[in-house]
Design a protein. Structure first.
Length: 291
């Protein structure tokens, strides 16, 4: 198994300096669970380059409460330097630790092609693509009351299909290699009952991944959220595989104790689907390893 989605800092915490010893502890935890390789994939919005390059992108949208919430969020999070992050991660990799150097590229509406060009200058092995906000609404920030209130006043089907559209734009941008937690929109268990809408949602995401030659992540992180299931759903995973979309496995851990979280469940699931190879990456080039 591999754990291809790991973070250095928990969401409420400020970014603090980390060292090669930090990454050695990650590798020791992974090895104790039989995990052969890990990917360090910190959020792009943790780095000051996110606001240096994009400015206050949230000001393009109207809602004042969400504007203030997003401004506070980036003031808190966008503080580390991406080059300092890379220097330590590359040092650890060169020292022989079984890591790949990655990034979780958060979706920014109408800016993904621009960000793709910016990121090409950096020596990442893998870039995950994810959608965590729609315009300036952080739909999955369960700690933010302003964001959670939006769910109560919005049309559920429109939310899901809007998320789907953003996933399609992300896929088409060439800014990532893997779709992270591809149906994250279900995070707080606000699920759609209309099977036709669900089928459209799953089909569009799976076909988009195939069209743009992306892998998709099977993540145990949903078991730590109200939805209490893996990402993606069984139906979406089935469509990924029918569309020949390669698979990675991930815990989306934000602390060492969550590395490999619920991986026995994930391993059983993918074997039930006859998945015997997992996608890995080096210098943004895809390879495969045995499950």
């Amino acid at each position: 198994m591999i754990d291809y989605h790991l973070h250095l800092w928990e969401h409420p915490d400020k970014a603090v300096e980390f060292t090669i010893d930090t990454l050695a502890q990650y590798c020791q935890k992974a090895e104790s669970l039989g995990i052969k390789q890990i990917a360090i994939t910190e959020h792009f919005h943790r780095f000051k380059q996110s606001t240096d390059w994009l400015g206050n992108f949230w000001t393009k949208f109207d809602d004042a409460d969400l504007y203030q919430s997003m401004e506070g969020y980036f003031d808190h999070h966008a503080t580390y330097d991406i080059e300092d992050y890379l220097n330590v991660a590359i040092e650890a990799k060169n020292a022989g630790l079984p890591i790949v150097v990655g990034l979780e590229m958060d979706y920014f509406k109408d800016s993904m092609h621009f960000l793709n060009e910016k990121l090409r200058q950096y020596p990442f092995d893998v870039i995950l693509g994810s959608v965590h906000w729609l315009k300036n609404w952080r739909f999955d920030d369960l700690y933010d009351k302003v964001s959670m209130k939006v769910w109560d006043s919005s049309d559920l089907e429109n939310i899901w299909l809007n998320y789907c559209y953003h996933m399609e734009e992300l896929s088409s941008s060439a800014s990532c290699d893997v779709l992270a937690h591809p149906d994250l929109i279900k995070v707080n268990a606000n699920l759609i009952k209309d099977s036709a809408v669900i089928t459209e949602f799953n089909t569009r995401i799976a076909e988009s991944a195939n069209k743009y030659d992306l892998a998709a992540e099977v993540s145990s992180a949903g078991f730590r959220k109200p939805v209490n299931e893996q990402y993606p759903s069984i139906d979406l995973l089935s469509l990924f595989l029918k569309n020949d979309v390669p698979i990675t496995t991930a815990s989306d851990a934000h602390k060492i104790s969550d590395i490999g979280f619920r991986f026995e469940s994930i391993k059983t699931l993918i074997r039930d689907f006859n998945v015997h190879k997992l996608a890995t990456f080096k210098n943004r080039k895809r390879q495969f390893v045995d499950v």
